[in-house]
Design a binder for this molecule. Structure first.
Ligand SMILES: C[S@@+](CC[C@H](N)C(=O)[O-])C[C@H]1O[C@@H](n2cnc3c(N)ncnc32)[C@H](O)[C@@H]1O
Length: 275
């Protein structure tokens, strides 16, 4: 599958990752997203518990079952699954600052720490030491130019019968070059295939029982909540990042909401099984 975004090279993708994630825990995200939308969980994603509960339920996670998160960020997505379903979770993450923050948060919870492992690495090259019952990625595949290669990594990590779940911003039926360029410049989002392309690529990668669900309404609601929180927390956000940072959050929430409502982006949840 081609990248579906502007032509960028590996160095530019890495530079965008550093720009977006080297801060570790971003206090503006805490105010605009983690607290108001995700009840204090540090989920750097739109899907939140809707997607994580789906992963746990569809993959029958529980004690003795293993899940792998591709691109685990600050690690709360792994902590949530491990806590709620009692499973073991491995998170693989490229960015050192994200990983350091994830490990620091986990250190506060030794009981959970025994069932969670954060690994530094690139999901495209990391070799899993043992097979997983579930592999999932949330708001992350969209940051990797070669989606087919991510699916190949997921396949290698899954046990036969294991379940893959992805939740990603994707290209909507009316996506155009300006919307692709906005996603890249604003959020380091480079891959925006549409639902049909996701389905075809999952199938070509050998996955079966493919289901794709459109969660765009949740994304629109997400950005409305982000806007409301940004307005409500104006003085705190200005104190942290200045008025420019505050206003940038407002315009970003509006721009994403507009792209979703116009059908230029979709928020998709895909699931499939490795036979
Ligand atoms: C939007 S955040 C999502 C983090 C986490 N999945 C969550 O929902 O909270 C995307 C993460 O993907 C990571 N990432 C991007 N490309 C990666 C790669 N090739 N290998 C591992 N991690 C990667 C970034 O460093 C970042 O932490």
């Amino acid at each position: 599958m081609r990248s579906h975004g502007p032509e960028v090279n590996a160095a530019e993708v890495l530079a965008a990752n550093h720009r977006e994630y080297d801060r570790g825990v971003d206090p503006l995200l805490v105010l605009a997203v983690y607290r108001p939308v995700h009840d204090g969980w540090y989920f750097t994603n739109i899907g939140g518990r809707t997607v994580l509960d789906f992963v746990g339920e569809r993959a029958l996670l529980g004690p003795g079952r293993r899940a792998l998160e591709l691109c685990s960020g600050l690690g709360d997505t792994c902590r949530y699954l491990a806590q709620r379903f009692g499973c073991d979770v491995t998170g693989i993450e490229l960015n050192r600052a994200q990983l350091d923050a994830a490990r620091e948060r986990l250190a506060e919870d030794p009981e959970l720490a025994a069932r969670i492992d954060y690994v530094e690495g690139d999901v495209l090259t990391w070799t899993p030491p043992l097979p997983y019952h579930a592999v999932y990625a949330i708001d992350s595949v969209m940051m990797i130019p070669d989606v087919r290669a991510v699916l190949a990594s997921a396949w290698r990590a899954l046990a036969p019968g294991g379940r893959l779940v992805l939740a990603e911003i994707a290209g909507g039926p009316f996506i155009d070059e300006a919307a692709r360029q906005y996603a890249w410049e604003e959020g380091a989002i480079i891959s925006l295939p549409g639902a049909d392309e996701y389905r075809a690529t999952l199938s070509a990668s050998g996955f079966v029982d493919i289901e794709i669900e459109d969660l765009t309404a949740q994304a629109v609601e997400f950005f409305a909540s982000v806007r409301a929180a940004t307005e409500a927390r104006r003085s705190e956000m200005v104190a942290i990042g200045g008025i420019e940072a505050h206003d940038k959050w407002l315009s970003m929430a509006d721009a994403y909401a507009t792209h979703f409502r116009a059908g230029r982006y979709q928020y998709l949840r895909a699931t499939a099984v490795r036979p």
